[in-house]
Design a protein around this ligand. Structure first.
Ligand SMILES: [Zn+2]
Length: 306
């Protein structure tokens, strides 16, 4: 299985357009050892020919251009067989509207995420230009299904949704209470090799099912949004703590670095990294702490082969 990171930053990207924090200033001015990053999206493939996108960021056009494996092989063609969405946040879904050039799309998501994106959204009409422009395939937590493109021919990758503590996207918060299917992680298994990827870019906490998925995986991608709970308030950048935004911080006593100590996965990668996170600086003490514990920090263009 090939895993290609197209974008590794949280919503807003790095640097963020309206942010002058020390990280964002540092990357703009070329001081400080860090690299700019686009918003989270990852491509996976079993054969290097048919690709599946995990999340579809607002920067998807440039992300597709950044990787030759996703370039068309014919006058009208895309190697992208389908797109999987883990929650309804705009940094995961807005790119879908950019893929409106009359190409059939297959999208895997929970029914909650599908409804949240399509209902009452006049802009969604751009993906309803012809019958069958979008085929939604509903992910039911706990049910493994083969990933397939528009022709329905199952490929070599199987996928299962795992509910993860999370929340509704900000623009739907007034629409009643949350649901376990608002935010999922993905277990992706290659049938032929048995290799497993656990993809959990947003996690407000750890349940038994989440821990099990992570423990069984050969490669883990996990929520690296914030290093600390008070990362934004401490910098005067808002009042919300990491937990208010349904992100388990990486550092500290209750953080994921401690909670996930001893995971057997051969590759452990933090992704969906907010522009304020000190992990973005190659020479920060936080970065060294994470690397000493065996974790890598995702960057745009990173590849993992299982
Ligand atoms: Zn910033």
């Amino acid at each position: 299985m090939r895993i290609r990171v197209l974008g590794s930053a949280a919503g807003g990207g790095f640097p963020q357009w309206n942010c002058g924090c020390s990280n964002c200033r540092g990357v703009r001015e070329g001081v400080g050892r860090s690299a700019a990053r686009t918003q989270e999206s990852v491509a996976v493939s079993a054969d290097g020919e048919r690709w599946f996108l995990l999340n579809c960021s607002p920067e998807i056009r440039a992300q597709i251009e950044s990787f030759a494996g996703l370039h068309p092989k014919a006058p009208r063609h895309s190697p992208v067989d389908a797109i999987v969405i883990t929650n309804g946040d705009l940094d995961h879904t807005l790119g879908l509207l950019s893929l409106r050039e009359s190409h059939p799309l297959v999208i895997y998501a929970t029914e909650r995420v599908r409804a949240g994106f399509t209902e009452g959204n006049v802009l969604y009409r751009t993906l309803e230009r012809f019958p069958g422009q979008v085929t939604w395939r509903v992910l039911e937590p706990g049910r493994e299904v083969p990933l397939a493109g528009a022709d329905g021919r199952p490929g070599r990758l199987l996928i299962e949704a795992v509910p993860v503590p999370g929340k509704q996207p900000i623009h739907l918060e007034h629409h009643g209470s949350g649901d376990p299917r608002d935010n999922i992680g993905l277990k992706i298994r290659e049938a032929a090799t048995g290799k497993r990827l656990a993809y959990f870019p947003a996690a407000g906490g750890l349940t038994g099912d989440v821990r099990k998925a992570l423990a069984e995986a050969d490669c883990v991608f996990f929520d690296g949004t914030f290093w600390s709970s008070d990362e934004l308030p401490a910098r005067g950048l808002g009042t919300k703590r990491a937990e208010d935004m349904a992100h388990l911080p990486v550092g500290g006593e209750g953080g994921s670095l401690t909670a996930l100590h001893g995971l057997p996965a051969e590759r452990r990668v933090y992704i969906h990294i907010n522009n304020t996170n000190p992990l973005l600086c190659d020479d920060s003490t936080e970065r060294k702490e994470a690397e000493a514990a065996g974790w890598e920090i995702a960057f745009d263009g990173m590849e993992v082969t299982l």
